[in-house]
Write a protein that binds this ligand. Structure first.
Ligand code: GKR
Ligand code: MG
Length: 423
């Protein structure tokens, strides 16, 4: 078992918790069986998750990669996944142990796929679609494309073309960013990350997108739970008939259920229903219409398929949330999307905001906004050793131990502080 923390250049994107640092962290896990089959996985990075993976080593060594239930139980004996209450109040999920389950689930599936010479999607129940649709993911941002903290790491670490452009802080710049992203990647739906400016300004950006792209391009908007219930009801009404869904307007299942009762607009979440222990509350309260799974935080691809079955039973749509990620995560998400019969919406992805890659062959290419399921057995990707070593070197040199968007934000706005509910 090999665990390699890495860092990738990341542009200065704004969100409810501050500003993305010049590097985002990921951790790569490799498992190698006695007969030489290897499996890989990628999870969000940093010291805590890397340590948690190292702590699981004793449970992993000697286990049978084809018996996930047994391996899962061996890891859980030492450290079970954290309950959802420990997720934290940031836009991203702060748990680490659950990522250990995800990483090992994915790596074991990659091994099994290679051993049986079938794609991971086949092991998840079968391929229901070969092309998995993704959504454009717009951000308010500052000028620049991240990377290069004063040393020459990788001349390519400059982001996709539009990521180098000046600030995108007003509706026209958001429309320009959307146009550039849609032209380059062919996305058929568009998400705007909000929770940065007052609601009026962000809702105006959504209306500008609607005017520019028309009703045939589904729009979604995510203020990461920074709104009060009354704010969400007021501005949600303005967005009825405009958005395909409003994502996490408010904090918690109770607040989401109240907003949902007041609006006809569908609500989606990756913040209020984030684990299996949240599902009874979701059903009892009716907190959302669509659950955005994230295999990194639900405990793996198989766990996300279990969630999809729950969504089918309880009338929820299901799609996927994303944080910054590289190609191993994109491959895993694509296998999941290819195998999920009731996938209801295009998946989120931050992938366009990165430009480096750690897999052989370099970056995945979007075809009309979709990723075509990789051919080949397992996940269908292979680590590029030189690129992995470079990204690991960047990790050591950049000195970040965990994701924290607040210090970066304070470089721009010195008295900025995070507030879980702002408007
Ligand atoms: O990367 O800034 C970001 C996002 O805000 C991310 O942290 C969220 O987890 O994309 C996410 C979301 O849908 O909430
Ligand atoms: Mg979200």
């Amino acid at each position: 078992m090999q665990v390699t923390p890495i860092a990738l250049g990341d542009p200065p994107l704004l969100n409810a918790a501050g500003l993305h640092a010049p590097y985002c962290l990921r951790t790569i896990v490799e498992l190698r069986t006695d007969d030489g089959v290897t499996g890989v996985a990628e999870v969000p990075g940093g010291v805590a998750v890397t340590d948690a993976l190292q702590d699981a080593r004793d449970a992993v060594l000697g286990a049978d990669p084809l018996n996930w239930h047994a391996l899962r139980a061996r890891i859980a004996e030492r450290a079970s996944p954290e309950p959802s209450a420990t997720r934290g109040d940031k836009p991203w999920d702060g748990r680490t142990r659950v990522q250990v389950f995800s990483a090992l689930d994915v790596a074991c599936l990659d091994i099994a796929g290679k051993a049986f010479d079938v794609p991971v999607a086949t092991l998840l129940g079968g391929i229901v679609r070969e092309r998995v649709p993704y959504s454009a993911y717009l951000f308010y941002k500052y000028e620049g494309a991240g990377g290069a903290l004063g040393w020459d790491i990788d001349p390519r670490a400059t982001g996709w073309a539009a990521a180098r452009q000046a600030e995108a802080l007003d509706p026209d710049a958001i429309v320009a960013q959307a146009t550039a992203m849609v032209n380059e990647f062919g996305f058929k739906s568009i998400k705007l990350k909000g929770g940065v400016f007052e609601p009026e300004r962000e809702v105006a950006a959504i209306h500008a997108l609607r005017k520019a792209f028309g009703p045939s391009v589904p729009l979604r908007f995510d203020p990461n739970a920074l709104w009060k219930v009354e704010t969400a009801v007021r501005w949600g009404r303005e967005l009825e008939g405009v958005l395909e869904y409003l994502e996490d307007p408010v904090r918690g299942q109770d607040g989401m259920a109240t907003v949902r009762r007041a609006l006809t607009l569908p609500l989606a979440t990756n913040m209020c229903t984030t684990s299996f222990d949240d599902l009874p509350g979701s059903v009892a309260l009716g907190s959302e219409d669509i659950i955005l799974t994230d295999h990194h935080f639900w405990g793996g691809l198989r766990a996300s398929m279990e969630l999809a079955a729950h969504c089918r039973t309880f009338g929820r749509g299901v799609s996927m949330h994303s944080n910054n990620h590289a190609g191993i995560s994109l491959a895993a998400m694509t296998h999941l999307g290819a195998a999920m019969p009731n996938l209801s919406h295009a998946l989120d992805t931050h992938y366009p905001w990165q430009c480096e890659e750690i897999i052989v062959g370099g970056r995945f290419v979007f075809d009309e906004g979709s990723i075509v399921l990789p051919t080949g057995s397992g996940l269908g990707v292979e680590l590029d050793r030189a690129a992995l070593a470079r990204a690991h070197d960047t990790y050591k040199r950049c000195g970040y131990a965990e994701r924290d968007d607040a210090p970066e934000m304070r470089k721009k706005v010195p008295d900025w502080t995070f507030s879980p509910t702002r408007w």
